[in-house]
Design a protein around this ligand. Structure first.
Ligand SMILES: CC(C)(COP(=O)(O)OP(=O)(O)OC[C@H]1O[C@@H](n2cnc3c(N)ncnc32)[C@H](O)[C@@H]1OP(=O)(O)O)[C@@H](O)C(=O)NCCC(=O)NCCS
Length: 450
């Protein structure tokens, strides 16, 4: 039994608490919110168990006011079974040390030129950060219920480096580049349920220490470990799409300081990289355990297809259409109904995640098909996916020799007009559809001649 025992339930917790903090309604609302999150998170918790994630954060992130909470979230993901390698930056901490000694700070092409004093400042900064992180993570993991499975932190000599040398006449001194990541040793630590912490320093067989770029260290570690995910937490706000292909990231690489390196890494076999804004509280948990995520995912070979749906897609479809049913945009369908009608559905799938759907139904008139339930996940809208799904439905309708496509919509008439539909009347509907028409819902009829 753990030394500090947790209340067995929220009711126990409330009974133990001398001063209840929430009125019953507010408490229920709060609990419902948590339950919704828990339901959404459950599949991801299962999916991420045993997976290797490299989480990199800059030295500036360490200075953020919410950094302690980020560490708590890292501890939570580790306790939920993800295997974590943390890579930290130290640039502002090194600059501060050099500044306080009135020592010049020198960069060439955004790479530090490390003389003896800069190397010493790097060693001191990394030592300090490492001790601080060990302390913070140790504290977070010691929270009742989190550390029962014996999670620990492991840091060590996992990186061999060599000097960057002289480039374009500039001698980079003790700035190094990675020679080898001891991935088997890191894996051993992960399998022992340890969180591995890597500082941006590498050691040479000749006994030298080299100052490394944390971004490079994270990218090469992810590659050497064949990590399941590489997440970069940065201190600057992100104004990037939720998902980008390599080509899209290349095109907007001037928009974020990390993008050029991420692009280079993706070109060199890292599968995908997630870029997160660390100033958002809970960003890591949102990215890992919610459907819409939090940051921007850049994938080298994002596989996106629109194809007929199968029963495996039902949960994904429901996640997209449930919120739209609640606002009355779509008519409610039960899971059972969806199971029966799944052959009518098409889905757009990005990396095994359903991000859009549409359905084509037969009507009592064999020449008329009904388009329904066209929806795209909000995180992926405005990139022509709606149009592509519609085209796929039109194609399917033509294959079935339909001559017209009809649909009923309350809020999307304009969009369908832009796609070539014209306004229709209830009279245009096939007979059975006319009888079922819900006058209270007052949907508009749209018609497309195929
Ligand atoms: C309609 C919908 C499927 C479009 O998906 P999408 O992938 O964003 O589609 P596209 O990228 O091809 O088109 C996006 C454009 O349509 C516009 N648009 C979206 N909804 C619209 C609406 N109701 N009326 C008019 N225009 C609309 C967007 O503003 C965007 O234009 P912009 O990029 O200039 O801002 C999506 O908005 C959605 O899921 N809506 C909720 C469900 C719904 O209403 N379904 C139709 C009933 S069956």
């Amino acid at each position: 039994m753990p030394a500090t025992s947790q209340p067995a339930s929220a009711t126990d917790a409330a009974a133990n608490s001398a001063t209840p903090t929430l009125a019953p309604n507010a408490a229920r609302h709060d609990a419902q919110h948590s339950i919704a999150f828990f339901r959404e998170a459950s599949p991801y918790i299962r999916q991420h168990r045993g997976k290797v994630f490299v989480i990199a954060f800059s030295g500036e992130v360490i200075q953020l006011g919410n950094f302690r909470r980020l560490i708590q979230d890292i501890a939570i993901s580790a306790a939920l079974g993800a295997r974590l390698v943390l890579v930290h930056g130290s640039r502002p901490q090194i600059d501060e040390r050099l500044g306080s000694r009135q020592h010049p700070i020198t960069f060439q092409h955004d790479i530090r030129v490390s003389d003896q004093a800069a190397l010493r400042a790097a060693q001191e900064s990394c030592g300090y950060i490492r001790i601080m992180l060990e302390n913070m993570l140790g504290f977070a993991l010691a929270q009742p219920g989190l550390s029962d499975n014996g999670l620990e932190l492991s840091s060590g000599n996992f990186v061999t480096a060599k000097p960057l040398g002289v480039l374009d006449g500039v001698d980079y001194g003790f700035t190094g580049k990675i020679r080898r990541i001891r991935h088997a040793a890191i894996r051993t630590q992960l399998e022992l349920d340890r969180i591995v912490l890597l500082s941006p320093l590498g050691y040479s067989p000749t006994g030298e220490t080299y100052n490394l770029r944390y971004e490079q260290l994270a990218l090469e570690t992810a590659q050497a470990l064949a990590a399941d995910k590489l997440l970069f937490l940065d201190h600057t706000a992100l104004h990037l799409p939720a998902a980008m292909t390599l080509a899209e990231a290349r095109a907007c690489s001037a928009q974020h300081s990390l993008l050029p390196q991420i692009v280079a890494a993706l070109e060199n076999k890292v599968g995908r990289v997630h870029l997160l804004d660390a100033t958002i509280d809970g960003t890591l948990l949102m990215e890992l355990y919610t459907r819409s995520g939090s940051g921007s995912m850049i994938a080298a070979n994002a596989s996106e297809t629109t194809r007929p749906a199968s029963t495996d897609d039902i949960s994904g479809i429901l996640e997209i259409i449930r919120p739209l049913e609640q606002t009355g945009t779509l008519v409610r369908r039960s899971r059972q109904q969806l199971e029966l009608e799944i052959d009518n559905f098409l889905v757009t799938v990005l990396d095994r995640q359903v991000i859009g759907c549409a359905a084509l139904y037969n009507t009592d008139d064999p020449t008329i098909g009904e388009l329904a339930c066209l929806a795209v996940d909000p995180a992926y809208r405005s990139a022509s996916r709606g149009q592509q799904l519609l085209q796929a439905v039109i194609q399917a309708a033509r294959t079935q020799h339909k001559q017209r496509l009809i649909l009923l919509t309350t809020q999307t008439t304009d969009w369908f007009r832009e796609q070539g539909f014209v306004a229709g009347e209830i009279e245009d509907l096939p007979e059975a559809k006319k009888t079922l028409y819900n006058f209270k819902r007052n949907s508009k009829v749209c018609v497309l001649t195929l």
